[in-house]
Design a protein. Sequence first.
Length: 347
Amino acid sequence: MRDAATLGRAPGVTRVVLLLGIETSCDDTATAVVRDGSHVLSSVSTNQDIFHAKYGGIVPEIASRQHVALLSAAIEDALARADTPLAGIDGIAVTAGPGLIGSLVVGVAAAKALAFATGKPLYAVNHLHGHIFAPFLDTGIEPAYPFLALLVSGGHSQIVAVDGPRAMRVLGRTRDDAAGEAFDKTARLLGLPFPGGPAIDALAREGNPSAIAFPRHRPDAGTLDMSFSGVKTSARYLLEREPQRDRADVAASFQAAVVDVLIDRLARAANDAAYRCAVLSGGVAANSALQSAFRAWSERTGIPGYIPERRFCTDNAAMIAAAADRQGELVRADPVTLTANPNFAFS
Protein backbone atom coordinates (compact mmCIF):
# COMPACT_ATOMS: atom_id res chain seq x y z
CA MET A 1 0.00 0.00 0.00
CA ARG A 2 1.42 3.38 -1.03
CA ASP A 3 1.88 6.17 1.47
CA ALA A 4 0.53 9.72 1.23
CA ALA A 5 3.80 11.12 -0.15
CA THR A 6 3.79 8.65 -3.06
CA LEU A 7 0.23 9.67 -3.88
CA GLY A 8 1.17 13.33 -3.90
CA ARG A 9 -1.39 14.19 -1.25
CA ALA A 10 -1.15 16.92 1.33
CA PRO A 11 0.30 15.72 4.65
CA GLY A 12 -2.27 14.25 7.00
CA VAL A 13 -4.83 13.33 4.33
CA THR A 14 -6.55 10.03 5.09
CA ARG A 15 -5.86 7.15 2.74
CA VAL A 16 -8.84 5.72 0.87
CA VAL A 17 -8.36 2.31 -0.73
CA LEU A 18 -11.54 1.32 -2.58
CA LEU A 19 -13.99 3.91 -3.87
CA LEU A 20 -17.37 3.77 -5.56
CA GLY A 21 -17.58 6.67 -8.03
CA ILE A 22 -20.81 8.28 -9.25
CA GLU A 23 -20.91 10.78 -12.13
CA THR A 24 -24.12 12.42 -13.43
CA SER A 25 -23.03 15.95 -14.30
CA CYS A 26 -24.55 15.97 -17.80
CA ASP A 27 -26.04 13.16 -19.87
CA ASP A 28 -23.90 10.10 -19.09
CA THR A 29 -25.01 7.92 -16.18
CA ALA A 30 -21.68 6.61 -14.92
CA THR A 31 -20.49 4.51 -11.99
CA ALA A 32 -17.17 2.83 -11.18
CA VAL A 33 -15.17 1.01 -8.55
CA VAL A 34 -11.54 2.11 -8.33
CA ARG A 35 -8.72 0.79 -6.13
CA ASP A 36 -5.94 3.10 -4.91
CA GLY A 37 -7.13 5.90 -7.15
CA SER A 38 -5.68 4.25 -10.24
CA HIS A 39 -6.80 0.66 -10.80
CA VAL A 40 -10.25 0.53 -12.37
CA LEU A 41 -12.07 -2.59 -11.23
CA SER A 42 -15.23 -1.61 -13.09
CA SER A 43 -16.49 1.34 -15.12
CA VAL A 44 -20.11 1.54 -16.25
CA SER A 45 -21.46 4.32 -18.45
CA THR A 46 -24.84 4.57 -20.15
CA ASN A 47 -24.86 7.01 -23.04
CA GLN A 48 -28.00 9.06 -23.68
CA ASP A 49 -27.19 10.26 -27.22
CA ILE A 50 -30.19 8.50 -28.74
CA PHE A 51 -32.55 10.54 -26.55
CA HIS A 52 -30.98 13.91 -27.42
CA ALA A 53 -29.90 13.44 -31.05
CA LYS A 54 -33.08 14.76 -32.65
CA TYR A 55 -32.73 18.01 -30.68
CA GLY A 56 -29.12 18.55 -31.75
CA GLY A 57 -27.93 18.95 -28.16
CA ILE A 58 -28.51 17.96 -24.54
CA VAL A 59 -32.03 18.52 -23.17
CA PRO A 60 -31.57 18.92 -19.38
CA GLU A 61 -34.98 17.58 -18.39
CA ILE A 62 -34.50 14.43 -20.47
CA ALA A 63 -31.01 13.95 -19.04
CA SER A 64 -32.15 14.12 -15.42
CA ARG A 65 -35.08 11.74 -16.02
CA GLN A 66 -32.77 9.20 -17.62
CA HIS A 67 -30.40 9.40 -14.65
CA VAL A 68 -33.30 8.63 -12.31
CA ALA A 69 -34.20 5.61 -14.42
CA LEU A 70 -30.67 4.26 -14.79
CA LEU A 71 -28.53 5.14 -11.78
CA SER A 72 -29.57 2.45 -9.30
CA ALA A 73 -28.93 -0.29 -11.84
CA ALA A 74 -25.63 1.32 -12.83
CA ILE A 75 -24.44 1.28 -9.20
CA GLU A 76 -25.39 -2.37 -8.81
CA ASP A 77 -23.69 -3.19 -12.11
CA ALA A 78 -20.42 -1.48 -11.13
CA LEU A 79 -20.29 -3.34 -7.81
CA ALA A 80 -21.08 -6.67 -9.49
CA ARG A 81 -18.46 -6.20 -12.23
CA ALA A 82 -15.87 -5.36 -9.56
CA ASP A 83 -16.97 -8.41 -7.57
CA THR A 84 -17.23 -6.10 -4.57
CA PRO A 85 -20.20 -5.79 -2.21
CA LEU A 86 -21.20 -2.33 -1.04
CA ALA A 87 -19.95 -3.30 2.43
CA GLY A 88 -16.45 -3.69 0.96
CA ILE A 89 -16.30 -0.13 -0.33
CA ASP A 90 -14.19 2.32 1.70
CA GLY A 91 -15.93 5.46 0.49
CA ILE A 92 -18.25 7.01 -2.04
CA ALA A 93 -17.13 9.74 -4.46
CA VAL A 94 -19.68 11.80 -6.35
CA THR A 95 -19.60 14.69 -8.79
CA ALA A 96 -21.05 17.66 -6.89
CA GLY A 97 -20.60 20.12 -9.78
CA PRO A 98 -20.27 21.87 -12.10
CA GLY A 99 -22.90 20.62 -14.51
CA LEU A 100 -26.64 20.53 -15.14
CA ILE A 101 -28.40 21.03 -11.82
CA GLY A 102 -31.10 18.41 -12.47
CA SER A 103 -28.53 15.80 -13.44
CA LEU A 104 -26.22 16.61 -10.54
CA VAL A 105 -29.05 16.34 -8.01
CA VAL A 106 -29.74 12.74 -9.00
CA GLY A 107 -26.17 11.59 -8.46
CA VAL A 108 -25.65 13.59 -5.28
CA ALA A 109 -28.91 12.32 -3.76
CA ALA A 110 -27.96 8.71 -4.48
CA ALA A 111 -24.46 9.13 -3.05
CA LYS A 112 -25.79 10.83 0.09
CA ALA A 113 -28.31 8.06 0.66
CA LEU A 114 -25.67 5.35 0.28
CA ALA A 115 -23.21 7.15 2.56
CA PHE A 116 -25.83 7.83 5.20
CA ALA A 117 -27.18 4.28 5.16
CA THR A 118 -23.78 2.57 5.26
CA GLY A 119 -21.76 5.05 7.30
CA LYS A 120 -19.15 5.20 4.53
CA PRO A 121 -17.21 8.44 3.97
CA LEU A 122 -18.61 10.70 1.25
CA TYR A 123 -16.39 12.76 -1.07
CA ALA A 124 -17.73 15.68 -3.12
CA VAL A 125 -15.61 16.06 -6.26
CA ASN A 126 -15.35 18.85 -8.79
CA HIS A 127 -16.09 17.32 -12.20
CA LEU A 128 -13.16 19.17 -13.82
CA HIS A 129 -10.73 17.87 -11.21
CA GLY A 130 -11.83 14.39 -12.22
CA HIS A 131 -10.88 15.05 -15.84
CA ILE A 132 -7.45 16.26 -14.76
CA PHE A 133 -6.65 12.95 -13.03
CA ALA A 134 -8.23 10.74 -15.73
CA PRO A 135 -4.92 10.31 -17.65
CA PHE A 136 -3.48 8.37 -14.70
CA LEU A 137 -6.19 5.69 -14.61
CA ASP A 138 -4.95 2.16 -15.26
CA THR A 139 -1.44 3.36 -16.10
CA GLY A 140 0.52 2.71 -12.90
CA ILE A 141 1.82 6.30 -13.22
CA GLU A 142 1.30 8.85 -10.48
CA PRO A 143 1.13 12.62 -11.13
CA ALA A 144 4.43 14.44 -10.83
CA TYR A 145 3.66 17.91 -9.52
CA PRO A 146 3.63 20.56 -10.80
CA PHE A 147 2.09 19.61 -14.13
CA LEU A 148 0.11 21.32 -16.88
CA ALA A 149 -3.37 20.25 -17.89
CA LEU A 150 -5.01 21.03 -21.21
CA LEU A 151 -8.65 20.42 -20.30
CA VAL A 152 -10.94 20.44 -23.34
CA SER A 153 -14.59 19.44 -23.31
CA GLY A 154 -18.00 20.50 -24.52
CA GLY A 155 -18.38 23.02 -21.74
CA HIS A 156 -14.81 23.94 -20.83
CA SER A 157 -11.50 24.77 -22.49
CA GLN A 158 -8.79 25.60 -19.99
CA ILE A 159 -5.06 25.59 -19.40
CA VAL A 160 -4.47 24.63 -15.77
CA ALA A 161 -1.36 24.61 -13.61
CA VAL A 162 -1.68 21.69 -11.18
CA ASP A 163 0.63 22.29 -8.24
CA GLY A 164 -0.98 19.61 -6.06
CA PRO A 165 -4.16 17.53 -5.65
CA ARG A 166 -6.20 20.63 -4.78
CA ALA A 167 -3.71 23.38 -5.67
CA MET A 168 -4.80 24.29 -9.19
CA ARG A 169 -4.65 27.58 -11.10
CA VAL A 170 -6.50 28.32 -14.31
CA LEU A 171 -3.94 30.04 -16.53
CA GLY A 172 -6.17 30.50 -19.57
CA ARG A 173 -9.75 29.77 -20.55
CA THR A 174 -12.08 30.25 -23.47
CA ARG A 175 -13.83 33.61 -23.63
CA ASP A 176 -16.83 32.24 -25.50
CA ASP A 177 -17.55 28.79 -26.93
CA ALA A 178 -15.63 25.87 -25.55
CA ALA A 179 -13.83 23.81 -28.18
CA GLY A 180 -16.28 20.93 -27.88
CA GLU A 181 -19.23 23.30 -28.23
CA ALA A 182 -17.66 24.81 -31.35
CA PHE A 183 -17.25 21.30 -32.78
CA ASP A 184 -20.91 20.50 -32.13
CA LYS A 185 -22.18 23.75 -33.67
CA THR A 186 -19.99 23.44 -36.75
CA ALA A 187 -21.04 19.81 -37.17
CA ARG A 188 -24.65 20.97 -37.40
CA LEU A 189 -23.65 23.44 -40.12
CA LEU A 190 -22.10 20.53 -42.01
CA GLY A 191 -25.21 18.40 -41.59
CA LEU A 192 -23.42 15.93 -39.32
CA PRO A 193 -25.14 14.01 -36.51
CA PHE A 194 -24.96 14.71 -32.78
CA PRO A 195 -22.55 14.52 -31.01
CA GLY A 196 -20.60 16.61 -33.47
CA GLY A 197 -17.02 16.18 -32.25
CA PRO A 198 -16.56 12.54 -33.26
CA ALA A 199 -18.41 13.17 -36.53
CA ILE A 200 -16.10 16.04 -37.50
CA ASP A 201 -13.05 13.98 -36.51
CA ALA A 202 -14.17 11.13 -38.77
CA LEU A 203 -15.01 13.38 -41.74
CA ALA A 204 -11.78 15.37 -41.34
CA ARG A 205 -9.73 12.25 -42.06
CA GLU A 206 -11.01 12.46 -45.64
CA GLY A 207 -10.16 16.15 -46.07
CA ASN A 208 -7.23 18.52 -46.41
CA PRO A 209 -6.50 20.49 -43.21
CA SER A 210 -4.70 23.15 -45.26
CA ALA A 211 -7.51 23.65 -47.80
CA ILE A 212 -9.10 26.60 -45.99
CA ALA A 213 -7.24 29.26 -43.98
CA PHE A 214 -9.63 29.61 -41.06
CA PRO A 215 -8.59 32.26 -38.50
CA ARG A 216 -6.63 31.40 -35.35
CA HIS A 217 -7.37 33.42 -32.23
CA ARG A 218 -4.36 35.35 -30.92
CA PRO A 219 -4.24 35.97 -27.17
CA ASP A 220 -4.13 39.46 -25.75
CA ALA A 221 -0.80 40.43 -24.21
CA GLY A 222 -0.30 38.82 -20.84
CA THR A 223 -3.10 36.25 -21.18
CA LEU A 224 -3.46 32.66 -22.28
CA ASP A 225 -7.19 32.94 -23.00
CA MET A 226 -8.64 31.53 -26.19
CA SER A 227 -11.68 31.99 -28.39
CA PHE A 228 -13.44 29.68 -30.83
CA SER A 229 -16.45 31.75 -31.86
CA GLY A 230 -14.48 33.37 -34.71
CA VAL A 231 -13.52 30.13 -36.44
CA LYS A 232 -17.05 28.78 -35.98
CA THR A 233 -18.52 31.93 -37.55
CA SER A 234 -16.01 31.78 -40.40
CA ALA A 235 -17.11 28.23 -41.14
CA ARG A 236 -20.75 29.33 -41.24
CA TYR A 237 -20.05 32.23 -43.62
CA LEU A 238 -17.96 30.00 -45.86
CA LEU A 239 -20.73 27.41 -46.15
CA GLU A 240 -23.28 30.14 -46.87
CA ARG A 241 -21.09 31.59 -49.65
CA GLU A 242 -19.96 28.27 -51.05
CA PRO A 243 -22.61 25.64 -50.25
CA GLN A 244 -20.94 23.14 -52.58
CA ARG A 245 -17.56 23.37 -50.82
CA ASP A 246 -16.10 19.97 -50.01
CA ARG A 247 -17.39 19.12 -46.52
CA ALA A 248 -14.35 17.01 -45.65
CA ASP A 249 -12.01 19.93 -46.39
CA VAL A 250 -14.15 22.23 -44.24
CA ALA A 251 -14.12 19.74 -41.37
CA ALA A 252 -10.37 19.14 -41.60
CA SER A 253 -9.52 22.83 -41.86
CA PHE A 254 -11.85 23.78 -39.02
CA GLN A 255 -10.42 21.05 -36.80
CA ALA A 256 -6.86 22.14 -37.59
CA ALA A 257 -7.66 25.73 -36.56
CA VAL A 258 -9.09 24.64 -33.21
CA VAL A 259 -6.17 22.29 -32.51
CA ASP A 260 -3.62 24.98 -33.41
CA VAL A 261 -5.09 27.38 -30.85
CA LEU A 262 -5.18 24.77 -28.10
CA ILE A 263 -1.58 23.63 -28.64
CA ASP A 264 -0.41 27.25 -28.97
CA ARG A 265 -1.76 28.07 -25.50
CA LEU A 266 -0.29 24.92 -24.02
CA ALA A 267 3.12 25.78 -25.47
CA ARG A 268 2.95 29.35 -24.19
CA ALA A 269 2.06 28.14 -20.70
CA ALA A 270 4.90 25.62 -20.68
CA ASN A 271 7.34 28.38 -21.61
CA ASP A 272 6.32 30.45 -18.57
CA ALA A 273 7.30 27.94 -15.86
CA ALA A 274 8.92 24.55 -15.29
CA TYR A 275 6.46 21.65 -15.33
CA ARG A 276 7.29 18.00 -14.82
CA CYS A 277 4.66 16.70 -17.24
CA ALA A 278 1.47 17.64 -19.07
CA VAL A 279 -1.90 15.98 -19.53
CA LEU A 280 -4.58 16.25 -22.18
CA SER A 281 -8.05 15.52 -20.83
CA GLY A 282 -11.77 16.05 -21.35
CA GLY A 283 -14.11 14.75 -24.02
CA VAL A 284 -12.27 16.51 -26.85
CA ALA A 285 -9.07 14.72 -25.77
CA ALA A 286 -10.41 11.79 -27.80
CA ASN A 287 -9.99 13.84 -31.01
CA SER A 288 -7.32 12.17 -33.16
CA ALA A 289 -5.83 15.41 -34.54
CA LEU A 290 -5.54 16.93 -31.09
CA GLN A 291 -3.91 13.79 -29.72
CA SER A 292 -1.38 13.78 -32.56
CA ALA A 293 -0.54 17.45 -32.05
CA PHE A 294 -0.24 16.99 -28.28
CA ARG A 295 2.13 14.03 -28.67
CA ALA A 296 4.21 15.93 -31.23
CA TRP A 297 4.49 18.89 -28.84
CA SER A 298 5.51 16.53 -26.02
CA GLU A 299 8.23 14.99 -28.18
CA ARG A 300 9.56 18.41 -29.28
CA THR A 301 9.76 19.78 -25.76
CA GLY A 302 10.76 16.64 -23.88
CA ILE A 303 7.91 17.23 -21.43
CA PRO A 304 6.20 13.89 -20.74
CA GLY A 305 2.61 13.99 -21.99
CA TYR A 306 -0.27 11.78 -20.86
CA ILE A 307 -3.65 11.17 -22.49
CA PRO A 308 -6.44 9.07 -20.94
CA GLU A 309 -7.65 5.90 -22.58
CA ARG A 310 -10.54 6.79 -24.88
CA ARG A 311 -13.11 5.44 -22.40
CA PHE A 312 -11.76 7.84 -19.77
CA CYS A 313 -11.76 10.93 -22.01
CA THR A 314 -15.52 11.36 -21.91
CA ASP A 315 -17.42 11.74 -18.65
CA ASN A 316 -16.91 8.70 -16.42
CA ALA A 317 -17.07 7.84 -12.75
CA ALA A 318 -13.60 6.31 -12.49
CA MET A 319 -12.03 9.76 -12.84
CA ILE A 320 -14.23 11.04 -10.00
CA ALA A 321 -12.97 8.26 -7.74
CA ALA A 322 -9.39 8.99 -8.88
CA ALA A 323 -9.70 12.64 -7.86
CA ALA A 324 -11.32 11.77 -4.53
CA ASP A 325 -8.56 9.28 -3.71
CA ARG A 326 -5.90 11.95 -4.18
CA GLN A 327 -7.84 14.76 -2.49
CA GLY A 328 -9.10 12.63 0.40
CA GLU A 329 -10.22 14.54 3.49
CA LEU A 330 -9.92 17.82 1.59
CA VAL A 331 -13.16 16.94 -0.20
CA ARG A 332 -14.88 14.99 2.58
CA ALA A 333 -18.55 15.95 2.74
CA ASP A 334 -21.45 15.59 5.17
CA PRO A 335 -24.05 13.21 3.72
CA VAL A 336 -26.80 15.24 5.38
CA THR A 337 -25.86 18.72 4.22
CA LEU A 338 -24.10 18.18 0.86
CA THR A 339 -25.90 19.88 -2.05
CA ALA A 340 -25.29 19.83 -5.79
CA ASN A 341 -23.60 22.97 -7.08
CA PRO A 342 -23.88 23.64 -10.83
CA ASN A 343 -21.37 26.49 -10.45
CA PHE A 344 -18.84 24.58 -8.33
CA ALA A 345 -15.70 26.75 -8.31
CA PHE A 346 -12.68 25.14 -9.95
CA SER A 347 -10.29 25.67 -7.05
